[in-house]
Write a protein that binds this ligand. Structure first.
Ligand SMILES: Cc1cc2nc3c(=O)[nH]c(=O)nc-3n(C[C@H](O)[C@H](O)[C@H](O)COP(=O)(O)OP(=O)(O)OC[C@H]3O[C@@H](n4cnc5c(N)ncnc54)[C@H](O)[C@@H]3O)c2cc1C
Length: 318
């Protein structure tokens, strides 16, 4: 594992059983030392599971074996498997309270798209599915309660206007001609920008670069040309709409990260390596704007029983 950095010593004790962010950081250190293995998906490390033996791998890791063989053509029983960090969870999301209610009356969110703020700046392993069960149920109960109260989120005219606007957006995309941009091309550039500039370790300079690039991609997104103009199972349209949403999310991430001049959880900045509770013990709240980058606001953190503490794994429990 990598050398000691201003961000602390990579965990030697737990190795690949360390928390995901630490393992990803170890990858970054090794990559910088030139120890990565190039693959068609980018630099990777070799994960050696051979010592577990075929019996244990079949019993405990059948899915891992199956995926390694299907996707990489590598059997972990006989060979090390190339692995690399990817996004595993969105630590943020649509702002909700503990009843899964968003600030918009009648709109509820739960799961990965929501931010109920129980995970802080780094979700603990396996909390996501439990969170889904708890807050998915709460969202359903809240929605039922809302409907039974007879309340309406907006007047009928406002609802109809929203529907008309959505239809107009789709129609415009379908009828557009002469555009030179492709969904796949823009998505690739977005992925590359995010991985390079807003990934495992960040700096103000790189994040500012990402913000500028994403603004450019948002501008170019208006020139996306659909190849499929049919109304049935149109994946071209689906992917174009998804790309628009992904660009919005990417901008929310980079703008919030640029404004947060500290390191906290999975947000690690090489130019601000310490956690700064005085200025940043608060949630970043990106406010959508249809034609500009989102505005970054903040809202309070509600602390009840557990006080924020130093992140310490010296006991070896992760
Ligand atoms: C590799 C990996 C490993 C993980 N391992 C664990 C683990 O061990 N334990 C754990 O607790 N968590 C784990 N997680 C996290 C967990 O899997 C996710 O947080 C969780 O599945 C999110 O569920 P969800 O229903 O909120 O969202 P999703 O599962 O993403 O479901 C959202 C659905 O909405 C659909 N959708 C999107 N946009 C639209 C639209 N516009 N209209 C209609 N439908 C739409 C999508 O197609 C999708 O089916 C892991 C995540 C990853 C990536």
């Amino acid at each position: 594992m990598g050398p000691e950095t201003p961000l602390g010593k990579p965990q030697l004790k737990t190795m690949e059983l360390g928390p995901r962010d630490r393992v990803s950081q170890a990858f970054w250190h090794e990559q910088r030392k030139g120890n990565a293995v190039p693959t068609q998906w980018g630099d990777s490390m070799l994960l050696d599971m051979r010592h577990l033996g075929e019996k244990t791998i079949n019993e405990r890791l059948p899915l891992v074996r199956d995926m390694s063989i299907s996707y990489m053509g590598v059997d972990p029983v006989t060979d090390p498997v190339p692995v690399r960090p990817v996004v595993h969870y969105m630590m943020g999301g649509i702002h909700t309270d503990i009843k899964a209610a968003t600030p918009l009356p009648g709109l509820y969110a739960a799961g990965e798209c929501a931010c109920v703020s129980i995970n802080g700046a780094n979700r603990l392993g396996s909390n996501s599915l439990t969170e889904l069960l708890v807050f998915g149920r709460r969202a359903a109960l809240s929605a039922m309660e809302y409907l039974q109260s007879g309340a309406r989120p907006a007047g009928d005219a406002a609802l109809a206007a929203l529907g008309t606007a959505a239809q107009a957006r789709v129609r415009e995309l379908m009828q557009r001609s002469g555009g030179t941009e492709t969904v796949a091309g823009l998505r690739k550039e977005m992925m590359h920008t995010m991985e390079l500039n807003a990934g495992i370790y960040r700096t103000g300079e790189a994040l500012a670069e990402a913000c500028a690039k994403l603004a450019d991609l948002r501008r170019r997104y208006r020139g996306v040309q659909l190849h499929d103009k049919t109304n049935v199972y149109n994946t071209d349209l689906l992917q174009a709409l998804e790309l628009g949403s992904m660009l919005d999310c990417a901008e929310a991430v980079t703008q919030s990260a640029l404004a947060r001049k500290e390191s906290r959880g999975a947000h690690q900045r090489l130019d601000f390596v310490e956690r700064d509770d005085k200025n940043y013990l608060r949630h970043s709240l990106a406010v959508y704007h249809p034609s500009q980058a989102p505005r970054v606001d903040y809202c309070d953190v509600v602390i009840t029983k557990s006080q924020p503490g130093v992140r310490d794994y010296s006991g070896g429990h992760e």
